[in-house]
Ligand binder design. Structure first.
Ligand code: NDP
Length: 462
């Protein structure tokens, strides 16, 4: 057997790469990991974690307003974007430190450099020009905001990468896209007092979600004061002398705003990675093609996380890393289970969801039962805030299994995590019915919707 410098070399220090490197090293393997930017990857540095901190920050003005209904008088409040970003940066630096420490404690060697494949077992460390060899290589370089080079004035737009580090809070913003990032940031900026417009090419935002969640969130966002333009796209962006941008849209609208933010999906970061040199196959989007064990077409080279474009979620990348460890180092072949993944959109109100939407379930099953509750959350009674919560269970009539659960409202993400367990376990509606309610909560609606609101038979609502 050839003598390699390492048992495992990981390219990319994000959620998936760090997990694989740390656990492999803790099992006694000789591991190295290279990262060209910062350890923690998109999730920690410019994704999930800072986003959630910004979400919290953006909610305070509503908390202050709501307080009055509960007898509080809150003095005049002001908001400092600069202070928030400094605090966020400090927390991100702390988390990055923990990622590094975990790797160091496990005795993985860290290279702060871009690394590129030069062959099936060799990697070039760009910073030093040194080439190292490894028995196995994992590519876990993630993705980046999709580039919309065809848009005239693209250079005057920002993506989520820049949004986290803007020097100033914009006065107004136009966000294009109808997915997770566009919707979440529209609520974040609006909550911080930014005049916010969302523009989306489709009929309704969040195309992959249940229709009640999409419609309910759209109404709630508009009621807060966010402008949503559907069935329209930006056609041109011009930079004005005062630093503002003027965007013109296909439907003939002209908007002058402080920033234009594109959130049009994320693409795998595979360019210039040396994949051709090693013979690693990619698909049309540039995503690395892998089998059910995250193996590429080249023996010894694996890929996991967003670079494979399976499901672009942090927990999925971590799970894929753990499956790699089980398969390659624990003699226990394990392939990632990507079925029924619970997820949340941290919009305001939040969406928490797991399983099939009504539309998907109606196509899959002959008859489904829909249990739906829409109500004013208890806190809104005294706060006077005009908000609604929607809960929805979708049940396959044939075997009573709950195949979808969708929530719009406070803490929907937290609830989705627990509902995820019930759907994964194959719970039936009868299991929900015989579960005692926790009172008074919003979640108790999930176990007290006794009769179907309506049924869908052969695709028709009855
Ligand atoms: P999404 O795939 O969620 O949404 C992309 C949006 O851009 C869609 O609305 C899509 O429209 C639209 N779009 C794509 N191309 C164009 C185009 N050329 N012109 C106009 N509109 C276009 O991607 P995001 O960028 O929002 O997020 C990337 C990924 O990151 C998500 O898929 C998600 O997996 C992950 N993420 C997860 C979060 C969470 O778990 N809370 C938070 C943030 C990100 P259409 O719907 O019509 O295709």
């Amino acid at each position: 057997m050839p003598d390699f410098d390492y048992d495992l070399f990981v390219i990319g220090g994000g959620s998936g790469g760090v997990r694989a490197a740390r656990v492999a090293a803790s099992l006694g393997r000789r591991v190295a990991i290279a990262e060209e930017y910062r350890f923690g990857g998109t999730c920690v540095i410019r994704g999930c974690v800072p986003k959630k901190l910004l979400v919290y920050a953006s909610q305070f003005h509503e908390h202050f307003e709501d307080a009055a209904g509960f007898g509080w008088t809150v003095g005049e409040s002001t908001f400092s974007w600069e202070k928030l970003i400094a605090a966020k940066d400090q927390e991100i630096a702390r988390l990055e430190g923990l990622y590094r420490k975990g790797l160091q404690n496990a005795k993985a060697e860290i290279f702060e450099t871009r690394a590129e494949l030069t062959g099936p077992h060799s990697v070039l460390l760009k910073a030093t020009g040194r080439t190292v060899t490894a028995e196995r290589i994992i590519i876990a370089v993630g993705g980046a905001p999709s580039v919309h080079g065809a848009l005239p004035g693209y250079e005057h737009t920002i993506s989520s990468n820049e949004a986290f580090d803007l020097k100033q809070l914009p006065k107004s913003i136009l966000i294009e896209g109808g997915g997770y990032i566009a919707v979440e940031f529209a609520n974040i900026f609006h909550g911080m007092g930014v005049k916010t417009t969302l523009i989306y090419r489709g009929k309704e935002i969040l195309s992959r979600f249940d229709q009640d969640m999409r419609g309910g969130l759209h109404l709630a966002m508009e009621a807060k004061g966010i402008t949503i333009l559907c069935e329209d796209v930006i056609q041109n962006v011009a930079l004005n002398a005062d630093g503002t941008r003027t965007a013109s849209t296909k439907q003939g609208k002209t908007l002058t705003v402080s920033q234009v933010f594109l959130a049009l999906g994320r693409s795998p970061s595979t360019k210039g990675l040396g994949l051709e040199a090693a013979g690693v196959a990619v698909d049309q989007k540039g995503a690395i093609i892998v089998d059910e064990y995250s193996r590429t077409n080249v023996p010894g080279i694996f890929a996991l996380g967003d670079v494979t474009d399976r499901v672009q979620l942090t927990p999925v990348a971590i799970h894929e890393a753990m499956c790699f460890i089980e398969t390659e180092y624990r003699n226990n072949p394990t392939s990632p289970d990507l079925d029924t993944i619970a997820t949340a959109v941290f919009s305001q109100p939040e969406i928490g969801t797991v399983g099939l939407s009504e539309e998907q379930a109606a196509k899959k099953f002959e008859e489904i039962e829909i249990y739906r509750a829409e109500f004013r959350p208890m806190k809104a009674t005294l706060s006077g805030r005009n908000e609604r919560m929607i809960m929805k269970l979708i049940v396959n009539a044939a075997d009573r299994k709950v195949v979808g659960a969708h929530i719009l409202g406070h803490d929907a993400g937290e609830m989705a995590q627990l509902l995820g367990i019930t759907l994964k376990a194959g719970c039936t509606k009868d299991d929900f019915d015989r579960t005692m309610a926790v009172h008074p909560t919003a979640a108790e609606e999930l176990v007290t919707m006794y009769s179907p609101t309506y049924r869908v038979r052969n695709g028709e609502r009855v």
